[in-house]
Design a protein around this ligand. Structure first.
Ligand SMILES: Cc1ncc(COP(=O)(O)O)c(C=O)c1O
Length: 313
């Protein structure tokens, strides 16, 4: 397991590696505030709040509240408050997923105009720091995961193996795209396997394709990525983004009880449940596999009821 839950920015997680590059862009553009959006219990927004605080910038977080998902001032939202982020809660119907980009302009546009009216230069960062949009002029978030792939390869080499597969939770797709670009450039025989927590296989694969190609265009040597090189399993999505199920609770309990490692209820618990199921079906037979722990553990707290119910049953 590669422990990117230990990356160190406000409880860690994959966004620290993305923000290393995105904050560079924020500084270069001379922005005063970072405006972004995601769900109420967003790990991305929590780490943006931390990164902004560290760089002396304002963070303005548009947090989408969806029926059925925890919305208490707890976990990531509590930490956003501690960082004194400017939090705007937006009620949504929850009919569409976060990745369907519904109404983003309607929600984020007024915030950007408000920042400008106050004499500030806002930087609009895309959800998860993944797709190239808003103020982010390149696949900066994914760059962090090209470097992470290089680091992983080096660490595995020091332990005497070369990973045949790297398995991770995939959502806004930047992490998988960075790893895939890294694999194409440094170790083409390594397969990057995404377990979707936020959308259908074809939808996530298209996002991965776009971001991977953007990375290769910037740092590659004319390499192309093809849709059918992208591996995304969506069978473990269950009832959808952020919805806990018994399999996730049991997986969190199993990994805690056997490895002393905490997974999270939204991303890594779901991805590990999928990984173990696929392993049981023989997908990784005789392979060296690395599971990337992408973080998310602050969300354990707002999910306490579902976790406790699941553990008791
Ligand atoms: C804990 C955790 N794991 C995995 C992911 C997925 O990363 P990405 O959005 O780059 O696909 C995220 C963020 O969305 C996350 O917060």
């Amino acid at each position: 397991m590669k422990r990117d839950d230990q990356t160190g920015l406000a409880f860690g997680g994959n966004k620290a590696r993305k923000l290393e590059f995105i904050m560079g862009d924020v500084l270069e553009q001379g922005a005063d505030s970072i405006v972004t959006w995601a769900g109420v219990q967003s790990n991305w927004c929590r780490q943006v709040a931390a990164g902004a605080a560290r760089a002396g910038k304002r963070a303005v977080l548009v947090l989408l509240k969806r029926p059925g998902l925890p919305a208490s001032e707890d976990g990531n939202l509590l930490i956003d408050r501690v960082f004194q982020a400017d939090v705007r809660i937006q009620e949504t119907s929850g009919e569409k997923g976060f990745l369907e980009y519904e109404n983003v302009e309607e929600w984020v546009g007024p915030v950007l105009r408000e920042e400008e009216a106050a004499g500030r230069k806002p930087y609009l960062a895309p959800i998860g720091g993944s797709i190239v949009e808003g103020s982010m002029g390149g696949p900066f978030g994914a760059f962090g995961y090209v470097l992470a792939f290089a680091e992983l390869l080096e660490q595995a080499g020091a332990l005497g193996f070369k990973p045949k597969s790297v398995v991770l939770a995939t959502g806004s797709a930047g992490t998988q795209a960075g790893l895939l670009a890294g694999a194409k450039l440094l170790s083409p025989e390594t397969r990057v396997v995404g377990i979707s927590v936020a959308g259908t296989g074809p939808d996530i694969s298209r996002l991965v394709e776009g971001i991977t190609q953007a990375v290769l265009d910037e740092i590659g040597d004319g390499e192309k990525v093809d849709l059918d090189e992208i591996v995304v399993f969506d069978e473990y999505l269950g009832e959808g983004y952020g919805i806990l199920n018994q399999g996730i609770v049991e997986t969190i309990g199993l990994v805690a009880g056997t490895e002393g490692v905490l997974l999270d209820p939204v991303y890594t618990g779901k991805a590990m449940a999928g990984f173990l199921d696929l392993a049981g079906k023989g997908l990784f037979d005789d392979e060296d596999v690395v599971f990337l722990h992408t973080g998310g553990t602050p969300a354990l707290f707002p999910y306490r009821e579902g976790l406790l119910d699941g553990i008791r049953t």
